[in-house]
Design a protein around this ligand. Sequence first.
Ligand SMILES: Nc1ncnc2c1ncn2[C@@H]1O[C@H](COP(=O)(O)OP(=O)(O)O)[C@@H](O)[C@H]1O
Ligand SMILES: C[C@@](O)(CCOP(=O)(O)OP(=O)(O)O)CC(=O)O
Length: 511
Amino acid sequence: MSAIETTVVTAPGKVLIAGGYLVLDKKFFGIVVGTDAKFYSFISTNKFEKLNDKFLIKVKSPQFTDGFWDYMVKICHIEKDEFFFQLLPISSEQKSNKFIESAIIYSLNVAAKLQGKKIINDLEKGLHIIIVGSNDFYSQRQRLSELLLPLTTKSLKSLERFCSTNSKLAEVHKTGLGSSAALITSLVGGILSHLKVVNLKSPEAKNYGRELIHSISQFCHCLAQGKIGSGFDISAAIYGSHTYRRFSKSIIENHLNSALTMDRFNKETNSNFTSLLQKLNPKNSCFDNEIHPFSLPPGFILKLADLDVGSSTPKLVSNVLKWRANKPDEANELWESLNIKNTELENLFRKLLTQFDGDAVAYKKILKICSGNKAALWKKNIDDITSKSEKVIFESFCLVYETFQSIRQKLQEMTLKAEVPIEPLSQTKLLNSCMEVEGIIMAGVPGAGGFDAIFVIGLSEKAVAKVEDEVWLLWKDTSVGPLTCTTCSTGIECLSEEEGGLLLEYVETLM
Ligand SMILES: Nc1ncnc2c1ncn2[C@@H]1O[C@H](COP(=O)(O)OP(=O)(O)O)[C@@H](O)[C@H]1O
Ligand SMILES: C[C@@](O)(CCOP(=O)(O)OP(=O)(O)O)CC(=O)O
């Protein structure tokens, strides 16, 4: 297989640092950070023998003992030039993977609708697909303990890239970075790029490509999950870090219901899909999500850890929504006040970026002062802050700390009022201990909260390393496992031939 025939598309994982639950409602927004932990889909035209009105697709996930799926794609002709694709597993014993199947079948049918009959020639030799995700998507606890290594960033960094989980897909422990969203997005993006429906490498065509992949991936993810979430995870996989306001459920609701009642793409699904594609195609701008790109201010370092406990996000969500339905006044008042704080946080992040651009020297001085002290004591260490510019930048740093502390207080209030463990006491204890470390500006529960994970944002490498060494590693109540990833501003990307080719050579050694 030569690199030239292979398209490699990569999509990042997500961390929702503010706006959990609220982001389910279009009235509110979430602050989403993309990670440098990513999924990679490698799409190659195969050399299978040409079959009459059928072609083969082979999919491999080398990180799993049961990570292989073979499909026959049937070309179903309706009328002269009209046709659609149907996806059939080769063996009835093959375990279904709804995430992979929805991504493949909808991408192929998008290509069929937008490219017409030419696509049949492009596909006649079949496709070979390889999917891998960065190690951070899956817990490496077992692997490290087999190697007699401590649960540290250093040990994790010593593992080979895309290492085997030695497990079946259904049994793997996920870390909460959003494997299914990054997988679907990279796969939809990979297939549409390979079939030249989109061109992510062209500056002019990139926006259209991202928006099309975004709306198709949102639909496929909802279909595979059997529910419509806020979609911030797919959005992170496309755009990396940004603020996110969801799309209206009504855009896909009816289509989803009829798609759900049918297990494979067929004549009825096809006509349903023709009208859905009208809405999903960015040329008609019906998909009404709102995205505002942003990045963490300079010098802010995100560090994540997963806990060996875990929570069920759907259960947390359904209990929070039950509370909101039962006590709308109480819930709305709290959500409105949380939204004010989330908005303040977003504005402060943007202000800090401007302040850095305005006076980088003063900014770096404040960063250094704050990274050497506990956030709670910053205001007692202002002797060295002299110029006006330094004073206003310092004020912004203090406000980020205070604003996030009050966001946490409100999440603790929601925990008590809704009786749902969003930031339960055990997490509060852990987060407070992280905040005791010099140079930590924020510590919180990402996304839905619960017992899944925590994040900290530090102002120096030393500060985040100290949290790991002096808090996480010594934490007795539960095992706190660091992840190696940090933020990454790039969203979905199609790798250059050279980069993709080198990565493919490596990935092939894993199989
Ligand atoms: N490397 C992979 N290869 C194939 N499918 C994967 C892979 N990683 C995740 N998936 C799919 O995503 C599903 C996990 O989705 P979900 O439970 O929503 O977790 P997450 O919160 O990480 O997205 C798996 O059951 C599997 O179907
Ligand atoms: C509650 C939410 O707003 C955020 C959940 O975020 P998580 O990052 O916790 O998600 P999972 O990876 O599915 O566990 C629900 C939503 O927005 O869909």
